[in-house]
Design a protein around this ligand. Structure first.
Ligand SMILES: Nc1ncnc2c1ncn2[C@@H]1O[C@H](COP(=O)(O)OP(=O)(O)O)[C@@H](O)[C@H]1O
Ligand SMILES: [Mg+2]
Length: 451
């Protein structure tokens, strides 16, 4: 019988740090009220031993071939990862329940073409087989298991010589080292740590699936963010069938690429031309809407921005925004009031980026301000026009990045006019044909063109 030691620790549900004393505020991540008491009994001798890695000279390391990547055969996923799955990396795939994590995971498993172990303590093997049939997956080299004890999972990995492992989900596995329930912060952390070890020691790629709500309410998996190499979030609006895969952290690639999918009976279908998807239900002939040529990573996507302005019925006027920063909107409204003389202080303002994408590029300012002005004045912005530019406090329109890409995308989708910062237009090194490029220095100039 192994010796058992019991200890009380206070774990933070936000960042996973543990402390010997309780505190109102987590000393590590400064969140309030996140520490809770855990009794951990550790059975000695059960934990995997840690391999000590000898130190290595950098020049020797530079001679070894670069790390290999495994293509998932899904272009949208490869791009977000930075060119495919890196061998020996630990990846967290988070998202709200029902968003399509298991579906995407199974598609990645099938595409990778390596020995795959798919651990699903959440669904039965039959349920997964049913999904595989629906997705048209053959399943060569794919091993399913319903094991939920992490130590056994690790044994299976070495027995099957798996190169790619999925844990679906981290909330359902547990370690025999601890007494606490699966899904508890301490279990998630322990299992995450054991998986990290097997990743680095056996050069296995592990994808951990975790249920996370938009607000991060189920905070457990969130604390794994510090431990893993890459954090992917699958996002989407329940009302639409588009899904967006973005990386919140990537030790081996950029974090600004997104993958766009459409969810249907055949699974997560990559969307090659997102602009068409986002503009498919576009409203026209109505005031309060504009088109903004967004850039998501290296890819341009045209988005519709809608605004509604109405008399405020209750004391404080409401400002409500979807997909855009609320404080940024407040700033733009102030610019409209002071520089353009539009009265907004007594009106409710609603702004919506259609399709569930979130934009935090200030280049969207001009389109947002345009939509709000259009709604306030009840004047239509021509349907063949797109607007782009950062707006400053003086009402000036400032330069944006990569105007070429935005212009090309707008032109490809048949738009005839683009209103853009004069500074960016001057620096443009090609002369677009078939689309009129209007350089503007101020919001006023932009409004003179569109209204
Ligand atoms: N037969 C089907 N046809 C179309 N969509 C389906 C079908 N079965 C399930 N789905 C979709 O798959 C979603 C569940 O996906 P899943 O990958 O299990 O999500 P998660 O693993 O993130 O909880 C459901 O919300 C539903 O929209
Ligand atoms: Mg699932």
């Amino acid at each position: 019988m192994a010796k058992t030691t019991t200890k009380i620790v206070y774990l933070c549900s936000q960042c996973g740090a543990d402390f010997a004393k309780w505190n109102g505020q987590c000393p590590a991540c400064h969140e309030w009220g996140t520490l809770s008491e855990f009794k951990t009994s550790t059975k000695a001798g059960k934990r995997l031993s840690v391999d000590k890695r000898p130190s290595a000279g950098l020049s020797d390391l530079l001679k070894t071939p670069p790390l290999t990547r495994i293509s998932t055969k899904i272009g949208e996923v490869d791009r977000v990862l930075g060119g495919g799955l890196l061998r020996g990396s630990l990846i967290l795939l988070g998202g709200s329940p029902g968003i399509g994590k298991s579906t995407l995971a199974l598609q990645i498993a099938a595409g990778a073409g390596r020995p795959v172990l798919y651990i699903s303590a959440e669904e039965s093997e039959e349920q997964i087989a049913l999904r595989a049939r629906r997705l048209g997956i053959e399943g060569a080299g794919l091993q399913l298991s319903g094991e939920n004890r992490i130590e056994t999972v690790l044994e299976e990995i070495s027995l099957l010589k798996s190169e790619l492992v999925f844990i679906d989900s981290i909330q359902t596995v547990y370690s025999a080292v601890l007494d606490s329930l699966p899904g508890s912060v301490s279990q998630i952390r322990e299992c995450g740590q054991q998986l990290l070890q097997v990743c680095k020691q056996r050069n296995v790629t592990v994808i951990i699936i975790g249920h996370v709500t938009k607000e991060g309410v189920i905070a457990g998996p969130k604390m794994l963010e510090h431990m893993v190499d890459t954090v992917l979030y699958l996002d989407g609006d329940d009302r639409y069938d588009q899904r967006i895969l973005r990386s919140a952290k990537n030790r081996f690639g950029t974090t600004n690429e997104v993958g766009i999918f459409r969810m249907d009976a055949g699974g997560m279908l990559p969307v090659e031309n997102p602009s068409e998807l986002f503009l498919s239900e576009r409203t026209s002939g109505i005031s309060g809407t504009t088109i903004y040529p967004a850039l998501e990573g290296s890819r341009p996507i045209l988005l519709e921005i809608q605004a509604l302005v109405s008399a405020a019925n209750f004391g404080t006027p409401q400002r409500n925004v979807n997909g855009f920063d609320l404080r940024r909107l407040a700033m733009l409204l102030a610019v409209l009031e002071r520089r353009q003389g539009l009265v907004l202080g007594t009106r409710d303002v609603f702004v919506n980026l259609v399709g569930g994408l979130k934009v935090n590029d200030p280049a969207a300012d001009l389109a947002v301000i345009g939509a709000v002005a259009s709604a306030t004045l009840d004047k239509i912005i021509p349907a063949n026009t797109v607007l782009v530019g950062e707006v400053g406090l003086a009402g000036e329109v400032r330069s944006v990045s990569q105007l070429e890409k935005r212009v090309s995308e707008a032109k490809a989708l048949g738009f005839k006019q683009i209103v853009a910062p004069a500074g960016s237009v001057k620096r443009l090194n090609f002369k677009p044909t078939g689309i009129r490029l209007q350089g503007v220095k101020t919001v006023r100039e932009a409004f003179e063109i569109v209204f």
